[in-house]
Design a binder for this molecule. Structure first.
Ligand code: SF4
Length: 354
């Protein structure tokens, strides 16, 4: 029997401090805590009943994995190679904060098999970075990109955040265009999540910034293949495509999610329960089955390529009003969201799919 290919997500939850806009599961960094946690991660991998699957992509996210020492990165890489045989991962990404990076650390990450880096640059405007509560400056962000390239990363993603007071569509577009001159192969452009107190005009300006950033990214040669993701041709994030194309992946670590054997699996978000579960040899996680149709709509409509009509026939009548309004499109037997309606995706999913 042919072995199944999977993506592997690994969560390192520690950060120096919690950024005020962040919704990820994080914990305050301490050296001893992170050391113990990484031992538990290794144990969770050893305990997995899915070690016979073939890992094609790895994404080490967080949190701030760039706080891991080179010794810790090496130990994790060794565990993966020992537990998943043969080790044939083709895309291995690590998330990083600009202020954590040094040439030595970056070279060490490359030596340990990481070939893609995702840097949380967020903005090239110091005022915006201060508003976000980030620890780095625009210069540090720019320096981290060139250091990563010099160390041997040829595939570099930059995270960019929009919708922050002080940003305008014009300066956002200028910054995105500037990245074209740097060795950046991929852009992830996110709109800051609005709180209930935010006004309609705030929402509108966020949308204008997104459209300006999107147009600038496309002019600069990054094609949009997902709501927030833009890539140089052939350098789309293969790991994230695993999620959006409804393929299987495994999640390791606190709060990590997976999709295996038709089940959505999520590790506990509670550190104490996570620790006790792994120590007892019984990871604490929930499993639930979501219909394939619902799953494919929720994940696949994020993609420019959309989803195959064949899996949706029974829903087409429900979606008819959106097709008539030009919000959804059918092209070559696939259903997708019209380019100017992508910011309505959550609303579409909430009203018509979930
Ligand atoms: S560094 Fe990243 S993961 Fe950590 S709190 Fe800030 S945004 Fe969240």
């Amino acid at each position: 029997m042919t072995k199944r290919d999977i993506g592997l997500y690994i969560h390192f939850p520690y950060c120096r401090r919690h950024c005020r806009y962040c919704h990820f599961t994080t914990a305050r960094y301490c050296s001893a805590g992170s050391e113990d946690y990484l031992k538990l991660l290794g144990r969770e991998i050893e305990l997995s009943e899915h070690r016979d699957l073939v890992v094609r992509t790895v994404y080490l996210g967080g949190g701030s994995p760039s706080l891991m020492s080179l010794r810790q990165l090496e130990a994790l890489a060794q565990t993966l190679k020992r537990c998943f045989r043969p080790w044939v991962a083709e895309e291995v990404t690590i998330e990083a904060n600009p202020e954590d990076l040094s040439p030595e650390w970056l070279r060490g990450a490359v030596r340990n098999g990481f070939n893609r880096i995702s840097i949380g640059v967020q903005s090239l405007d110091n005022h915006v970075l201060r508003c976000l509560g980030r620890n780095h400056s625009a210069d540090t962000g720019l320096k981290s990109i060139s250091q990563a390239a010099d160390a041997g990363f040829f595939n570099i993603n930059v995270d960019f955040m929009l919708g922050i007071p002080g940003q305008t569509p014009t300066n956002v577009a200028q910054q995105v265009r500037f990245l074209k001159e740097l060795p950046v192969t991929h852009l992830s452009i996110y709109l800051l999540e609005l709180t209930p107190e935010d006004t309609r005009s705030h929402e509108k300006s966020g949308q204008q910034m997104y459209l300006a950033a999107r147009d600038a990214a496309e002019d600069a040669g990054y094609h949009r293949y997902e709501v927030s993701s833009f890539a140089r041709p052939g350098l789309e994030c293969r790991h994230n495509l695993t999620y959006w194309r409804n393929r299987e992946y495994m999640g390791i670590g606190l709060s990590a999610a997976g999709f295996l054997d038709g089940m959505d699996i999520r590790n506990t978000r509670n550190m104490l329960r996570y620790v006790r579960g792994i120590q007892a040899g019984r990871p604490v996680r929930t499993r639930r089955r979501i219909s394939e149709q619902q799953r494919r709509l929720v994940t696949g409509l994020r993609l420019v390529e959309g989803v195959p009509l064949s899996i949706l026939q029974s829903r087409l009548t429900d979606l008819q009003p959106l097709l008539e309004a030009g919000i959804l499109l059918i092209h070559r037997n696939r259903l997708s969201v019209a380019p100017d309606s992508v910011l309505m995706l959550n609303e579409i999913l909430g009203r018509y799919v979930l």
